[in-house]
Design a protein. Structure first.
Length: 257
């Protein structure tokens, strides 16, 4: 008999994360009142009541300061993957993993909405946000690479495993980001987790086959992943397009590739 998935324990910020959040709050306030370009690291540190060297113990730059939780959230997402029950479909595990990212935003709606508005105005912050998202995609791709179903292989199909893992992981992240942006644009109102569950249902219908539960996750991508690293799948869709349309665009691009 399969064991139920244990609920995650409430996340209690440690002292390091608490300090990072205080610095982030100070940075956000200064960026909003003075402007991003006009704000210095010294001013952020002073507003948080700490020394400049304390700031640099936590962040390498001022743009990094408005994303204090990503390192911690990445570890929690990884913990979800590591603790996945043997019977669970790996794509479902990845969907649960990225919910840790959603929780990070949903726990502080006002801050998340303000940060979203700020990243729309400052290209440097937007680039930092994109770099953070790519870390989750790499984590999920590595996980899916370790869970291919041998029964679904047919001839040279094994060569497409890295591409399928990368596209499936990207689809999960795309669904999450699509729902998250819509929620942020609505001022953080509404049941964002329920919206995300509906989006994941679309992802599962599109990419749910080909993976098998119970295999060990790959700590590093296999040599065959060089194909996925050297090729780029590019799709174009409106940011306000329905998620079904986004998924169809990805499917068409994958078939043409």
């Amino acid at each position: 008999m399969s064991q139920p998935v244990k609920p995650a324990r409430p996340h209690v910020p440690n002292q390091r994360l608490k300090m990072r959040r205080e610095l982030a709050a100070a940075a956000m306030e200064l960026f909003a009142t003075k402007g991003y370009e006009e704000t210095t690291v010294d001013e952020i540190a002073a507003a948080a009541g700490v020394a400049r060297r304390t700031f640099f113990r936590h962040f390498r730059s001022k743009e990094e300061a408005i994303f204090p939780d990503h390192d911690d959230t990445l570890e929690r997402a990884k913990a979800v993957l590591d603790a996945a029950p043997a019977h669970e479909n790996p794509l479902d595990t990845v969907c649960r993993g990225i919910k840790e990212v959603l929780k990070m935003y949903a726990d502080s709606p006002e801050i998340s909405v303000a940060r979203y508005k700020l990243t729309r105005q400052v290209p440097t912050l937007r680039e930092r946000e994109i770099a953070s998202v790519s870390r989750y995609e790499r984590l999920f791709t590595r996980y899916l690479l370790g869970h291919f179903d041998e029964a679904h292989r047919d001839g040279d199909d094994a060569l497409d495993e890295p591409l399928l893992a990368e596209v499936a992981a990207s689809a999960v992240v795309t669904a999450h980001n699509h729902v998250l942006r819509r929620w942020l644009r609505a001022g953080g109102e509404g049941d964002v987790e329920a919206q995300l569950d509906r989006a994941f249902a679309i992802v599962r219908r599109t990419f749910g086959t080909g993976f098998v539960a119970g295999r060990a996750a790959a700590s590093e991508p296999p040599a065959a992943s060089a194909r996925a690293e050297n090729e780029v799948l590019v799709t174009v869709a409106r940011t306000d397009a329905p998620l079904e349309e986004v998924m169809r665009t990805i499917e068409r691009a994958l078939r043409q590739g």
